[in-house]
Write a protein that binds this ligand. Sequence first.
Ligand SMILES: Nc1nc2c(ncn2[C@@H]2O[C@H](COP(=O)(O)OP(=O)(O)OP(=O)(O)O)[C@@H](O)[C@H]2O)c(=O)[nH]1
Ligand SMILES: [Mg+2]
Length: 449
Amino acid sequence: MNPITSLGELIRQAISKFVSAPGVDKNVVEELIRGIQRALLVSDVSVELVMKLSERIRDRALTEKVPPGVSKKDQMIKIVYEELVALLGEKPHKIAIDKSKQYTIMVVGIQGHGKTTTVAKLANYLKKLSYSVGVVCADTFRTGAYEQLRQLLDGKDIPVYGLPEERDAVAIALKGVDYMYRQQKCNVVLLDTAGRHKDQQSLMLEMKMLEEKIKPNEIMLVLDGTIGQQAGAHAEAFHKATPIGSIIITKMDTSAKGGGALSAVVATGAKIKFIGTGEKLEDIEVFNPQGFIGRLLGIGDIEGLLEKIRIAELEFSKEKFKSFTSGTFTLEDFVKQFKEMRKLGPLKKIISKLPLPGIPNLPEEELEKVETQIDKWSAIISSMTVEERKNPHIIDSSRIRRIARGSGVMERDVKNLLQQYNLSKRMVKSMKRAPWKLPRHMLDKELEE
Ligand SMILES: Nc1nc2c(ncn2[C@@H]2O[C@H](COP(=O)(O)OP(=O)(O)OP(=O)(O)O)[C@@H](O)[C@H]2O)c(=O)[nH]1
Ligand SMILES: [Mg+2]
C-alpha cells in the first residue's frame, strides 16, 4: 500500500466513522479527534503539535456556533480541514521569478536526499512555465553526477553544463553559470551541488565558497521526507544560516512520515516551496497545504462543502451586522467586522459568491493589500486608549503621532483608519436597510488608493 495513502486512509476512516454516527455529541467528537491523532502520530507528526491541534479542534467543536442551514457534521469536517491546513502553514509560498532578470538557484542537501533528481524536476517544471532554464552540475564527488543530470533531462531541450574532469566545484559553477546566462541566454540557472565530501567540514566550506562566488538568488535545501519530524531540526539550522533559503521535501510518496516532515518544517517557520512525489521528472508539485489536505481527506467536493458553510456563516454575520446599524458603531466594531469577514476565508472567494452588484473581480494583490490593511488597523486600535476608542474625535495630530509610533505604522495609516471609520459611520446611519453596501464601499475606497 502506498504509505501516503495510509495517512490519508487513517484520517478518512476517522471521518467516515464520524459521518456515519447517528448524532454528534461529545463522545463522537472525541472519537474523531482520537482517530486523527492516531493518523498524525503514525506519520511522525510531533506529539506536541498533535496535542495542540486536538485542543483546537475540541475547543472549536464546543464553542463555534453552527450557522443555520449547516449540519454540525459538516461544520466539524470544516474545522478538521482548517486545523490540518493550519498545521501545514495555510498559504503556499509563491514562486515569483521575474522573467526579465537572471535568477540563480543553488540546490543543497545531504547525500541521497534527492538534490539531483529535484534539480532536473525543477528545471522541467520551470521550462513548462516558459522560463528559459539551464542546469549546472557542480557536484565533483558523486561519480556520474553530470551524466545523471543529462539523462534525467534527456530530450527536454534544457542545457546541462558540467566538466566531469574538473575537481574544483567553484570553478565549474562559475564557468557554468556564466555560460548559461551569456551563451544560452538563460533566465533561471539551477546549480546542483555535492551531498558528500571527504568530511563534513570541507563540504560546508565548499557550500560557503559557492555561495560567496555565485551569489545565488535563492538557496534550496532538499530534505528527504522519510526522516519525518527530524526534518524540523535540519530546516531550523538551515533557516538560521541563510535568509534566502527555501525547502523542498522529497519522497513524499514512499513513507507516511512525510506528514511529520512537513509539519515539523512548517513549525520552524521555514518556507516549503515544493514537494517531490516520485522518481519521475513530473513528480514534483508546488506545496499547497489546502490542496494537500483536501486530497488527504478525500472528501469528493471539500471545496463545495467549505464554500457552502462559509456562505452560511457570512449570511449569519450579515444578520449580526444589522445590529450595528441600530446601536452605536464604534471604531472597534468597524475593525472587528473586517476581521470577521477575513476569518471566513480568502476574501476573493467570498466576494465573488456574494450576490452584490457592482463588485469588480478584484485581482489577488489588491485583496492582499486589504488584508494587510486589516492587520494594520488591528495594531492601531490596540495602541489606542479606551477613551480614544470610544471617542475617536478627540484624536488630534499629537495623538496620531503617538498611536502610529506605538503600533509601528505610518501616521497616514492612522489618519486613513479614522477617515474610513468616519465615512462608514455616516453610511451606517443612512443605510439601515442595505447594510452590505457598507463593506463594499469600504473595500472600494480602500482599493482606490
Ligand atoms: N520515490 C521517490 N524517489 C525519489 C524522489 N526524489 C529522489 N528520489 C530518489 O532518491 C534517490 C537519490 O536521489 P538523488 O537525486 O540522486 O539524490 P542526491 O541528493 O543528488 O544524492 P547525492 O548526489 O549522492 O548527494 C534516487 O534514486 C532518486 O530517484 C521522490 O520524490 N520520490
Ligand atoms: Mg546528486
